[in-house]
Design a protein around this ligand. Structure first.
Ligand code: GDP
Length: 320
């Protein structure tokens, strides 16, 4: 899916993370969207933070499918120097779980002399401002529905010897896995002008049809629905149900797409997770294979061009 974003502050955030590593960093908290715990993970973060211990927080777990959240927690907890916990805005005291997990990851730090320095990162709209507001206990950062509201870095003292450094929500320059692009767009992480909502809605329908057909049926009163029902027919039915009709009887497909995305983001379709660890591993492998194929093809073309040129040179010297 082509994404036409201009992630303006990406470079400054990247620099802020590098500066933090230099100034001292013990643990990196990555806030993930529990509905897309693989796609919302920054593939550049480990390199940027030079492999510091990592706490993955699967946020908005109230919107995600609990058994799949469990699978993802197991998946991340099995990785070296990594802990994973689930969280949502309904948790009134998230600091306890966060501090405990960070202390386990960096047991030698965390007193007045050696404070535990923790960086918190995440994609736009993952709920970072909301979490930080709860942690701080007052409205210290602005929250909002549009991605990219948090702009400045902050230091938050969570308790004696425990510093939390906040960075602006960050995406990465290129999303190599196509499915991840769709999932990020569906979640609301990508600004709405940067992608085609109709295309994202149709992909979302394809996933929901496969994984949660009964939710589509219940919410939109679809009598019959199976894998063979065309995605655009489902979108049309959604439009009819959600008031996206035009005069004369047709459906405004774009309005239907918007309605579906609003329903998904707000949890009106129930608790949904778009991807499993196994799927993500397979997609990552397929993307890496495709990259390798592309590199091979480029190299082959380069060699062929070189041979052609040297052949021309030889025949030119033979002619002489
Ligand atoms: P940020 O861009 O990462 O700072 O995200 P915000 O904190 O501004 O949150 C983005 C949207 O997600 C807001 O509408 C929040 O109310 C909502 N939100 C944040 N945390 C949660 C959560 O745990 N569960 C649900 N359902 N919504 C959340």
């Amino acid at each position: 899916m082509p994404i036409n974003w201009f992630p303006g502050h990406m470079n400054s955030t990247r620099q802020a993370i590098k500066d933090r590593v230099k100034a001292g960093l013990d643990v990196v908290i990555e806030l993930l969207d529990a509905r897309l715990p693989g796609s919302s993970a920054n593939p550049l973060l480990a390199a940027l933070t030079t492999g510091r211990p990592s706490l993955k927080v699967l946020n908005k777990q109230d919107l995600a499918d609990p058994p799949i959240t469990g699978d993802w927690l197991d998946h991340y907890n099995a990785q070296p120097h990594t802990r994973a916990i689930g969280l949502d805005a309904g948790d009134k005291a998230p600091a306890r779980a966060l501090i405990k997990a960070c202390r386990e990851l960096a047991p030698l730090r965390g007193d007045m002399h050696k404070p535990l320095r923790v960086l918190i990162c995440g994609i736009p709209n993952v709920g970072k401002s909301t979490l930080i507001n709860t942690l701080v206990g007052k409205r210290a950062t602005k929250t909002g529905d549009e991605p990219g509201i948090t702009k400045i870095e902050q230091k938050i003292v969570l308790e004696n010897g425990f510093y939390l450094f906040d960075t602006p929500g960050m995406l990465w320059p290129r999303i190599a896995i196509e499915q991840s692009g769709y999932h990020l767009a569906a979640s609301g992480a990508i600004g709405r002008n940067a992608f085609d909502e109709d295309e994202v809605a149709l992909e979302l329908i394809a996933t929901l049809k496969r994984r949660y057909p009964e939710r589509l049926q219940e919410r939109y009163g679809l009598a019959k629905l199976d894998e063979r029902t065309p995605d655009d027919a489902v979108l049309e039915a959604i439009g009819l149900k959600r008031g996206a009709k035009v005069r004369g009887g047709g459906v405004q497909m774009h309005k239907a797409a918007e309605a579906l995305l609003v329903d998904f983001r707000g949890g009106s379709l129930g608790r949904i997770t778009l991807e499993t660890p196994e799927e993500m591993t397979a997609w990552r492998q397929a993307a890496a294979d495709a990259e390798a194929q592309k590199a091979l093809a480029l190299e082959a073309a380069r060699l062929a061009e070189k041979e052609k040129r040297s052949g021309k040179r030889q025949s030119a010297s033979g002619d002489a």
